[in-house]
Design a protein. Structure first.
Length: 183
């Protein structure tokens, strides 16, 4: 029985980790490396995340510096950033790329808030599927008379508590992103 809860927790952690990555990819008013880290760069015939090819650092209040470890990959990195269509401008400065983030308009902020809510709802839907699968598993074990009715309801309560905790964490992350976007 504990295996069902353990598996559920593991899957929930994966969803939460993925959601955190998605939230870091949504641009706020403050530049952060998460905006560029997972952009895929086509270099030497393979796609690699930018974070595996370069150092990404915050330079000024409105820009990031991307310094590739291999200088010959500079054009590929710049093209990947441009192709990602993040609404930023780039400047190739020979040894590094300066990524300038324009100030967000009120309309764009609203779009980003909606995007954050959409991604949170997708994560919650995924967690509900996991909950339903776990409940079906508990029901199968109950039907085969391996556990009693009290145990069945206790495990189902534990499953729901895990989902509720997950939803609370997702809501906190969305609220934090909304706060970033309103600044």
């Amino acid at each position: 029985m504990h295996q069902i809860i353990t598996n559920l927790k593991d899957e929930i952690e994966k969803i939460l980790s993925f959601f955190q990555e998605e939230m870091s990819g949504i641009r706020s008013n403050r530049p952060h490396s998460g905006l560029l880290e997972n952009i895929k760069v086509d270099y030497s015939g393979s796609l690699m995340p930018l974070k595996q090819m370069a150092t990404i650092s915050v330079n000024q209040p409105n820009s990031l510096l991307v310094q590739p470890w291999d200088k010959s990959s500079l054009p590929a990195c710049e093209n990947a950033i441009i192709s990602a269509n993040l609404g930023v401008s780039t400047a190739n400065e020979g040894s590094h790329i300066r990524v300038i983030l324009p100030t967000l308009s009120a309309e764009r902020r609203q779009e980003l808030v909606k995007l954050a809510h959409k991604k949170s709802e997708e994560s919650k839907v995924h967690s509900r599927r996991l909950r339903d699968d776990a409940r079906k598993e508990v029901q199968k074990i109950f039907d085969s008379k391996e556990i009693g009715e009290d145990d069945k309801f206790k495990i189902q309560d534990d499953i729901q508590k895990e989902i509720d905790n997950f939803n609370k964490k997702i809501d906190e992350l969305v609220k934090a992103k909304e706060g970033e976007l309103s600044q």
